[in-house]
Design a protein around this ligand. Structure first.
Ligand SMILES: Nc1nc2c(ncn2[C@@H]2O[C@H](COP(=O)(O)OP(=O)(O)OP(=O)(O)O)[C@@H](O)[C@H]2O)c(=O)[nH]1
Ligand SMILES: C[S@@+](CC[C@H](N)C(=O)[O-])C[C@H]1O[C@@H](n2cnc3c(N)ncnc32)[C@H](O)[C@@H]1O
Ligand code: SF4
Ligand code: SF4
Length: 327
């Protein structure tokens, strides 16, 4: 699907649940969010139908996200069904990793291509503070399980926050000397719970790179690894993995945007930042044929803005947090 700015939209991010087993401070309020009623969340068969319709229009990559996708029952057979859809070449999952020890092998067997695992700190007490409930060892066991299952390339997502974890950049980067993993540093976005933190804790990619250089790390350019996202990759000499940067704010990558989002409630969101959402669930449940649902996909593609305006406008959307959009 080609949008109004000649961008090829071929990547669908599917949030299969708004629920999560963590409460990351920049993503969810401590008490959690009012849970969407089960009946309002799409059934896996409904997601499958919509993904097949998107694939028929040129979507080739699917990322399963959430909330935490691994807390939803039936996720493994769902992955297998998505992988079997004609036209889908790459099925990836973004997860906090806590449940990967249990699921990595089965996900691989079901056809999952790869995982991105979110981990913002290597320090146990800090991890507990950032996620409010989590245990960092569980994520490490999850990373090892993903590597053992060959869910390759295994990427780590690190949201960098000033005064919280920006003293761990070198530690994270050095992990790539010992492990074949791809560490990606992400700029904090003023979305949902990230909004009030943004002003005080934002660290730009340029600042991160300057800090790493001061700490003696020499990053060489790297042509990139398998993926459809916006990260720019570098590497340390002799490393098994890479170090990537996702500059969502300071140097956004919207001109190369390739994606649409489908929320757990069956709404198409043309842009991460824009509030607009287009409902697919109601027409689908009223019996709309594939041709009509295809048109709705096209409308969403047409509605994509050229770029986000988070720097000028901040968030201001009280109805949505990152866990509800899928990141
Ligand atoms: N501004 C912006 N940020 C995004 C977008 N998509 C993903 N991100 C952020 O980039 C980070 C990494 O996202 P992932 O879910 O790991 O996916 P990805 O980097 O697109 O995936 P691959 O490169 O295909 O592995 C997350 O913090 C997302 O919130 C987007 O469309 N716009
Ligand atoms: C919303 S989570 C959903 C998937 C899964 N629960 C996880 O944490 O990987 C997807 C990604 O969004 C990132 N994210 C959430 N809020 C963010 C914010 N305000 N700024 C930047 N990234 C954010 C998370 O760190 C994570 O990598
Ligand atoms: S970032 Fe992921 S793991 Fe953390 S609260 Fe949000 S959805 Fe859950
Ligand atoms: S912020 Fe919007 S336009 Fe920019 S890359 Fe993300 S989805 Fe695309």
């Amino acid at each position: 699907m080609i949008d109004a700015f000649a961008r090829d939209i071929h990547y669908l991010r599917v949030s299969v649940t708004d629920r999560c087993n963590l409460r990351c401070v920049y993503c969810m309020p401590e008490e959690g969010l009012p849970l969407v009623d089960h009946r309002e969340v799409l059934r896996f068969e409904e997601f499958e139908r919509l993904i097949a319709i998107a694939a028929a229009q040129g979507v080739r990559r699917v990322r399963i996200t959430g909330g935490e996708p691994l807390v939803r029952k039936g996720i493994v057979p769902f992955v297998a069904r998505v992988k079997a859809i004609t036209g889908i070449e790459d099925v990836a999952l973004t997860t906090n990793g806590i449940l990967l020890p249990r699921f990595a092998g089965d996900l691989k067997a079901a056809g999952l291509d790869r995982v991105n695992i979110s981990l913002d700190t290597l320090r146990p007490e800090r991890f507990r503070a950032v996620t409010r409930v989590g245990c960092v060892d569980d994520v490490w066991t999850g990373i090892e399980a993903a590597l053992a299952a060959d869910l390759h390339p295994v990427k780590l997502n690190v949201v960098v926050m000033g005064g919280v974890n920006d003293d761990e950049l070198a530690d994270f980067a050095r992990l790539t000397l010992q492990w074949p993993i791809h560490v990606r540093f992400i700029e904090l976005m003023p979305i949902g719970e990230g909004d009030p933190r943004f002003r005080g804790q934002f660290v730009s990619i340029e600042q991160m790179q300057a800090k790493m250089a001061r700490e003696g790390l020499r990053l060489g350019n790297h042509p990139g690894i398998r993926g459809g996202g916006p990260a720019r990759y570098h590497t340390l000499e002799g490393a098994l993995g890479t170090v990537g940067f996702i500059s969502a704010m300071s140097k956004h990558f919207c001109a190369a945007c390739n994606r649409l989002r489908l929320t757990a409630e069956g709404k198409l969101r043309p842009c991460l930042h824009s509030r607009q959402e287009i409902d697919l669930k109601a027409p689908m449940r009223r019996g709309a044929p594939d041709s009509l649902l295809s048109l709705i996909f096209q409308k969403a593609v047409e509605a994509k803005p050229y770029q986000h305006s988070m720097l000028d406008e901040g968030w201001g959307d009280r109805t949505r947090r990152m866990s509800q959009i899928g990141g």
